[in-house]
Design a protein around this ligand. Structure first.
Ligand SMILES: *[C@@H]1O[C@H](CO)[C@@H](O)[C@H](O)[C@H]1NC(C)=O
Length: 317
């Protein structure tokens, strides 16, 4: 026991940002506090990454390593579900695994096939899993711990991260006035459109009043889901707030994806999804009665919509 304790790094905790109200609701104080994650010591927590594209995981990996227990975080391991990859992608992943031999797990026994194969990797009773898409490029410190804490309260079957570029939550952020009016910088003489993307968008005001940037409150919003410039706006809004130390404005507290029921939105072609499941917490036990054929056919629809419906439970953030 003593030997084990001696191996623990001497970290008091990770600095996390909390929202504290002031007299102006659009100017909360974003304070930083130390969170030692003491309440999560006894929990087994794994990230389940849909792996395929090394150019994205090159960015995501920094956040995964930062969140490992060995680095003061809460992740016991990272399981890489191999989805679609080249030889180069695979070699890159093997290199990452060598850097983190105790915590990075590549399940080579995974057989090719449908989507259900990935989800069957979450096979440890009692453990918590965080499914993370490989194109996530930023994770706020403490975000994973907050998801597990909410999951443990037992109110929601699935707990989503507070994702900035998201079918549903992007609209919620705008409704909560977290997305300021930012405008694309003007194109300088002699530059191409491509180069224009390099500059930060410019602040015009607290509220986005440009009618071209209204994010419809539906999974299938034109703005964000279909249009690159709306997706760019929500990313720029996060970057701007991080720079202004006001990122806690994105923290709206809690949100129930199923407050209005199930399958309330449709793509018009018979597919109905209640929320994007690109980053969410679940447990092995949550799947013991899942429709595996449904998972194999359309795992996002099964996870985010049909399974909560079948259980009569809600998903939330
Ligand atoms: C944000 O916080 C950092 C660190 O405290 C500080 O150096 C910086 O000036 C702040 N930025 C703004 C815009 O207030």
């Amino acid at each position: 026991m003593l030997g084990r304790l001696a191996l623990l790094p001497l970290v008091a905790g990770v600095l996390v940002t909390r929202r504290v109200a002031t007299e102006d609701p659009l100017r909360p104080a974003c304070i930083t506090v130390e969170d030692p994650f003491d309440d999560l010591r006894d929990a087994k927590i794994y990230a389940l990454v849909y792996y395929g594209r090394r150019s994205y995981v090159d960015i995501l990996n920094a956040y995964l390593e930062r969140n490992l227990r060995s680095n003061g975080g809460v992740l016991d391991g990272v399981i890489f579900a191999m989805v679609k990859y080249t030889i180069e992608d695979m070699n890159y992943l093997i290199m990452l695994q060598r850097r983190n031999p105790k915590s990075y797990i590549i399940p080579w026994h995974m057989e090719g096939g449908a989507w259900d194969v990935i989800w069957r990797l979450a096979d440890e009773p009692g453990a918590y899993y965080i499914k993370i898409d490989d194109d996530v490029v930023y994770i706020a410190d403490g975000a994973i711990a907050e998801m597990i804490r909410e999951k443990r309260r037992g109110r929601f079957l699935f707990v989503s991260a507070n994702v900035v570029n998201h079918g549903i939550l992007s609209a919620v952020h705008q409704e909560m006035s977290a997305i300021p009016h930012l405008a694309k910088p003007p194109l300088p003489e002699g530059r191409t459109m491509q180069e224009q993307k390099l500059g930060p968008w410019q602040f015009k005001g607290d509220l986005m009043t440009d009618p071209r940037f209204r994010i419809e409150h539906t999974f299938y919003s034109d703005c964000v889901w279909r249009r690159w410039d709306c997706a760019a706006l929500v990313h720029e809004a996060l970057l701007w707030r991080l720079e202004q130390n006001s990122s806690c404005l994105f923290d709206f507290g809690i949100f129930d994806f199923h407050a209005h029921g199930y399958e309330t939105m449709s793509d018009g072609l018979g597919r109905s999804i209640d929320w994007n499941d690109n980053f969410f917490a679940f447990q092995h036990e949550d799947f013991n009665d899942i429709d595996w054929v449904g998972v194999a056919t359309d795992d996002e629809r099964q996870m985010s919509t049909l399974h909560p419906k079948q259980r009569g439970e809600h998903a939330g953030r």
